[in-house]
Design a protein. Structure first.
Length: 319
């Protein structure tokens, strides 16, 4: 028979062994992925950041993605997507950290973000965000003059042209196609999402994923109309580069609570047409709840999906 004091001692001993172990497990589960939101800081703290980007050389182009202590290369013939690429098969390579500099010899690094047209609002636009205040938003916050992911407009809209600019974080330790690489999105009427994420350098073709796990399908990548349509071309620029979106949207029409015409959406990403007057069969959405209900009007909603994606220069012209 075990005496009470011995029993208590055994409980204490067991707890002293288990609690630290369990704490270690919990800490491992909640350990944050290294994340950078500023290119200068990323360059100073992560050596591989210097190689992130786009390169050209004599009719060939390469996109370089740092990933899990290596570099993933997408190689295009003719030039970069929407800038000379012949549309043929994209080749891919994994290159180690000690070999990447030599692999890129002879190539010139370019920055297409610096040549984008960061459009000023026209006279008839409603300026939703210019860095100065949150008057147009029912919720959300500003940090360093930038709108943080997780915001919704006070006003409701129907038909419009929307312009916004975004910067996705740099998270090189996550696998390619991981949904947590900058996951955010902008919703028309709170019901139809244009996805924002870091899928720079990734290939839509299934053949590119025969030896890697495809964690999220291309119809949920950056520029997609989430779950409904893959972009015509992957126009995602490197993380920590400012990117532009222009969305022309026509809302669905209803009569006696019955839809009589579908919503339509045209999207330009970084100045390139990626969806042309696409007819939306339903609202977008994932998970067990399914597609979002379609509506005749609604707010502009910027999704917070636990990533520090940032936005600026947001304006809208109502039709």
């Amino acid at each position: 028979m075990i005496k009470l004091e011995n029993h208590c001692f055994l409980c204490y001993l067991l707890a002293s062994l288990l609690i630290p172990a369990m704490t270690g497990i919990v800490n491992a589960e909640v350990k944050e992925t290294p994340t950078w939101t500023d290119p200068k800081t990323a360059a100073a703290e992560f050596p591989g950041f210097a190689f992130l980007g786009e390169y050209v050389n004599a009719g060939q182009a390469i996109q370089v993605v740092p990933c899990q202590d290596q570099f993933y290369l997408s190689i295009y013939q003719g030039g970069l997507p929407a800038a000379g690429w012949d549309g043929g098969t994209i080749q891919h390579e994994w290159v180690t950290s000690d070999a990447i500099e030599n692999r890129l010899k002879g190539y010139k690094k370019i920055d297409r973000s610096s040549k984008l047209e960061f459009t000023t609002p026209p006279a008839n636009a409603i300026v939703l965000f210019d860095g100065s205040d949150m008057k147009q938003w029912g919720h959300g916050k500003i940090k360093n003059g930038l709108l943080q992911a997780g915001a919704g407009t006070k006003r409701k809209f129907q038909d419009f042209k929307l312009h916004f600019e975004c910067l996705v974080p740099f998270k090189p330790e996550l696998p390619l196609s991981h949904p947590d690489r900058g996951n955010s999105g902008v919703f028309a009427l709170g019901a139809y999402e244009v996805q924002v994420a870091d899928t720079f350098g990734l290939d839509f073709s299934p053949s590119a994923w025969t030896e890697m796990e495809l964690l999220k399908k291309p119809s949920t990548w950056c520029g997609s109309i989430y779950g409904l349509r893959t972009p015509d071309v992957n126009m995602c620029l490197p993380p920590l580069s400012w990117q532009t979106f222009d969305v022309k949207f026509t809302a669905a029409r209803f009569k006696n609570d019955k839809k009589v015409s579908s919503a339509r959406m045209t999207v330009h990403q970084n100045g390139v047409l990626i969806h042309d007057n696409f007819e939306l069969p339903e609202g977008t959405g994932g998970g067990p709840s399914g597609p979002r209900p379609e509506v005749a009007e609604g707010p502009i909603y910027i999704q917070n999906h636990h990533n520090p994606t940032q936005y600026r220069n947001i304006w809208i012209v109502e039709n």
